[in-house]
Write a protein that binds this ligand. Structure first.
Ligand SMILES: Cc1cc2nc3c(=O)[nH]c(=O)nc-3n(C[C@H](O)[C@H](O)[C@H](O)COP(=O)(O)OP(=O)(O)OC[C@H]3O[C@@H](n4cnc5c(N)ncnc54)[C@H](O)[C@@H]3O)c2cc1C
Length: 424
């Protein structure tokens, strides 16, 4: 429990950084109103405040309440798609520029952590994309070849090398990306908030925005605690978007991803990811594994948490750890949670201009630590006189995905079936 509220994730309990913010009290005026206190909103606030732009973050719940405080904490380079596919979809020039920007983004996140002394258990020893099958290894080889052509420091790991690094012979090889690392994501979100606040941004938590309306050349951002007048608005609500901007949450398919954390395991788990890398696999129903700074193992997969600490998801986690690490023995779990991910039809994120002076970066497809930070910075650059054509992505109109609600439900059924099958 934190301030009388149940923790939303392990990270909520274990982050060293604090969340001292209060709800908005009465009306306010600002140049830039930012809705959502996750990586996107907070990075926008930090970079805007550093440029001398008066800004106010309005967060419905607490800092990091969305994906930012619930994720795996893999600070990865690039996007979900391999670089060549990003270029094929965005065109050679835009695609290559985005790949370069996001390829360098783990370094940028690490530099922010360093500059603002953010206490978030940062590691810089890379992440491993592990092959769940021979076909998965072929896909990794294709990714490795392209990244190496772009001079990125990645190594294709043989089956034996992957087994050594992961501590399990269950994988068919892997791709080690030396640019990447891990963080306590809630620590990073709260640290960004602290840095933004230190640079002059105002932050209000517990303040849900109910309505956005135009009044002359200004926006009026209506909350239950008061109205905020602003020249421009950035929505950083992503997969946690509510009905604030009609149709926005119908622009992506929403899926869940759940995780469980063991108690600290000490030496018992010292051969598992001994180098401190975080891991995710190539399986169609992705699986993730990492350690935290206290020696917990944190295991997750696509789908909702079913049955809490005693139910199906716990059985899935125990069974999966046993299958991967037969020598580990019984483990106890002390945290379990899930979060929402916004998947776009082509797996590319978007930056939408919803109306004059109203923007939203959205749809990160489960890869948001680096894009959220970089797109937030880009929003701040735009607000300080930058050009729309210099944004990392071409601006787009929001398009409803008609099949999204049905797809979300189908995925949910498939993911739960996977948990059942794999916990037998
Ligand atoms: C379980 C899980 C695992 C993941 N693993 C990784 C990973 O390892 N690496 C990685 O890079 N990415 C990962 N991601 C993706 C990443 O977490 C997200 O892309 C990222 O957090 C999105 O940040 P954001 O700031 O755009 O949105 P969010 O962090 O989701 O923040 C949106 C915020 O908006 C607030 N909000 C919504 N509506 C309103 C309103 N009307 N008024 C006020 N506030 C509002 C919400 O309360 C929320 O706090 C994962 C996501 C999940 C869920």
């Amino acid at each position: 429990m934190i301030n009388g509220k149940a923790a939303i994730s392990l990270w909520d309990s274990s982050a060293e950084e604090t969340d001292p913010y209060e709800p908005l009290e009465g009306d306010a005026a600002t140049r830039l109103a930012i809705v959502g206190g996750g990586f996107t909103g907070l990075s926008t606030a930090l970079h805007a405040a550093e440029r001398g732009i008066d800004c106010l973050v309005l967060e419905a719940e607490q800092i990091g309440y969305g994906g930012s405080g619930r994720n795996v904490g893999l600070v990865n380079a690039g996007l979900w798609l391999p670089p060549q596919d990003v270029r094929a979809r965005l065109g050679e020039a835009r695609g290559a520029a985005l790949i370069k920007l996001l390829g360098d983004a783990p370094g940028y996140v690490q530099s922010l952590i360093e500059r603002h002394q953010i206490r978030c258990e940062v590691t810089r020893t890379g992440t491993i994309h592990a092959a769940h099958s021979p076909k998965g290894f072929e896909d990794l080889a294709r990714r490795a070849e392209e990244w190496q052509r772009l001079d990125a420091p990645v190594d294709l790991l043989s089956r034996e090398r992957a087994a050594e690094m992961i501590g399990s012979g269950s994988f068919h090889g892997g791709l080690l990306d030396h640019r990447a690392g891990t963080i306590n994501p809630m620590g990073y979100a709260r640290g960004l908030a602290r840095a933004a606040s230190g640079a002059g941004a105002r932050i209000a938590t517990g303040t849900r925005v109910r309505k956005l309306r135009r009044d002359g050349d200004k926006w009026v951002v209506e909350t239950e605690r008061g109205a905020v007048t602003a020249e421009a608005v950035v929505l950083g609500t992503n997969a946690y978007s509510d009905d604030l901007w009609p149709g926005l949450r119908q622009t992506f398919t929403m899926i869940h991803f759940f995780q469980l954390a063991t108690t600290p395991l000490g030496d018992r788990a010292k051969t598992i990811l001994a180098g401190g890398q975080g891991l995710w696999d190539t399986g169609p129903i992705m699986f993730s594994l990492r350690r935290d700074a206290f020696g917990r193992l944190i295991i997750g997969s696509m789908g909702s948490l079913v049955g809490g600490m005693q139910g199906l998801s716990r059985r899935w986690a125990a069974r999966t750890l046993k299958r991967l690490f037969p020598d580990l023995g019984e483990v106890a779990f002390e945290h379990s949670w899930h979060g929402q991910i916004a998947m776009t039809p082509d797996h590319l994120p978007r930056i939408h201009r919803l109306a004059d002076g109203l923007y939203t970066p959205i749809g990160y497809n489960g890869r948001g630590i680096t894009p959220g930070t970089i797109f937030g910075k880009a929003m701040a650059e735009l607000m300080s006189g930058g050009k729309e054509e210099n944004l990392p992505l071409p601006l787009s109109e929001p398009k409803r995905v008609g099949s999204a609600p049905v797809m979300s439900r189908l995925y949910q059924v498939a993911f739960t079936a996977n948990q059942i099958l794999r916990s037998l």
